[in-house]
Design a protein around this ligand. Sequence first.
Ligand SMILES: [Zn+2]
Length: 154
Amino acid sequence: MGELPGVDRYGLSALCCAADGSGLEPVTGESSVLACPRCGHRTDRPGDGVLGDGFDVVHRQWGLRGDPHAWSALRDLVGSTPTPATVEAVRTAFVDGLARVVGVDIDASDAPRVRREELDHGGMSGGQVDLDFWRVKGVPLLVDRAVARAPRRA
Ligand SMILES: [Zn+2]
């Protein structure tokens, strides 16, 4: 598992707190831990052992307009599912959940984007879901976070 990036290539916060949107900042002396300056959430805080644990931080930038709505819908769908024991199974759970939300299996399709009426809340690219964003950034981050925050098994 890689370290969480504190800043992006522009020197801006790469990840934001999902609760309030604040840019996460590195914790002094703990290079792999980020914290929210507003609510105090730390990325090393254990979760509840459910896939919802993976939704505590978000990338600063989404791909397209529909992506944050897909993210919320995915959280609603899989958030209370117990986190599987292996990284592969965690990833599969997110990919399967996303397929139910956007209608596309990102592993079986190489389509770069899809449009979903129910995720259209207005705007230029309303309802457009950036499948490449989910392949490269969205799903990997969810998997990393859900696995990292899973309480240690006895
Ligand atoms: Zn926060």
